[in-house]
Design a protein around this ligand. Structure first.
Ligand code: CA
Ligand code: CA
Length: 278
């Protein structure tokens, strides 16, 4: 997989992620047609301009380093037949799905101009065989803050496979603003639900786990984003019972899963956290 440098570009409507390594040089290429033309200071600037102007249709571009002209096209590059200038270079979108058929694991890979994404399909997609499992083998857990007391209460307790009801089987945060516990599966999966085993002891602290928000992302910074882009599910108020499943409103592709107790001041407590998908 191409190592990509991510650059955040903001326009008036939305922010766009531009993969600067998402285009490859075509030594024998020429533009099939020119959709737009602008001045640019570098190849990278030309990519940024092309993606800003043509958005998802920036298929290829030509940057002339002598004249500093950036020509952009909505079509793939064609053979140049000796017509290109020696100071200009043509670049075309890389089809990441073709270059590396493992790039999305079991998910569907969708190539886009300037990038690609991994898609988990929708709930009615029956052709995909779903392997429901928990991914405990390669998971590490972290927590926004850790309470220390008679027992360790560390985040790893939420993924140790033990769902027993006892004081030494609890991952516990400090009381803070919207505490969270987060799992890192090392590689991304398609995730459709999580199951939370809460404290389950007759104690007023049973009330702690409420307003549960589950987010799933490919990077940790995805999880800190406001809004619904990475939202799997939200349950307002106290969830029913001591064990409860939260089904994602859509399948999400991600490596990180975060469970947050949304509150101005609360403690996060759970015995175990399971994640299901494939
Ligand atoms: Ca691409
Ligand atoms: Ca446990």
């Amino acid at each position: 997989m191409v190592i990509m440098e991510l650059l955040q570009i903001c326009n008036q409507k939305s922010s766009r992620k531009v993969n600067l390594g998402a285009y490859k040089k075509e030594p024998e290429g020429a533009l099939a047609e020119v959709s737009n033309e602008t001045a640019a200071v570098s190849v990278i600037d030309c990519i940024i301009q092309c993606v800003s102007v043509l958005e998802d249709n920036c298929y290829s571009f030509d940057f002339d380093k002598r004249t500093r002209v950036c020509k952009m096209s909505q079509l793939p590059a064609v053979e140049n037949n000796g017509t290109s200038s020696c100071s200009s270079s043509v670049y075309s979108d890389i089809d990441e799905c073709q270059e590396d058929n493992e790039v999305c694991g079991e998910a569907l890979c969708v190539n886009t101009r300037g990038s690609f994404f991994c898609h988990c399909g929708n709930l009615s997609l029956t052709s995909m065989v779903e392997l429901v499992q928990t991914f405990r083998s390669d998971v590490t857990a972290s927590i926004s803050s850790q309470y220390y007391g008679d027992y360790e209460y560390g985040p790893h307790i939420a993924v140790d496979g033990n769902k027993g009801i006892s004081w030494d089987n609890l991952a516990v945060s400090l009381i803070e603003h919207s505490p969270w516990i987060q799992l890192d599966f090392t590689i991304a999966h398609c995730i459709h639900s999580v199951k939370i085993y809460d404290q389950a002891m007759n104690d007023e602290s049973d009330d702690y786990l409420a307003n549960v928000r589950v987010t799933i992302g490919e990077t940790e910074s995805d999880l800190t984003e406001e809004g619904d882009n990475y939202l799997c599910a939200y349950n307002e108020g106290q969830p029913p019972g001591d064990e409860f499943t939260m089904n994602c409103t859509r399948r999400l592709y991600g490596r990180f899963v975060r469970v947050t107790a949304v509150s101005i001041g609360t403690r996060l407590i759970m015995r175990e956290l399971e994640v299901f998908g494939w």
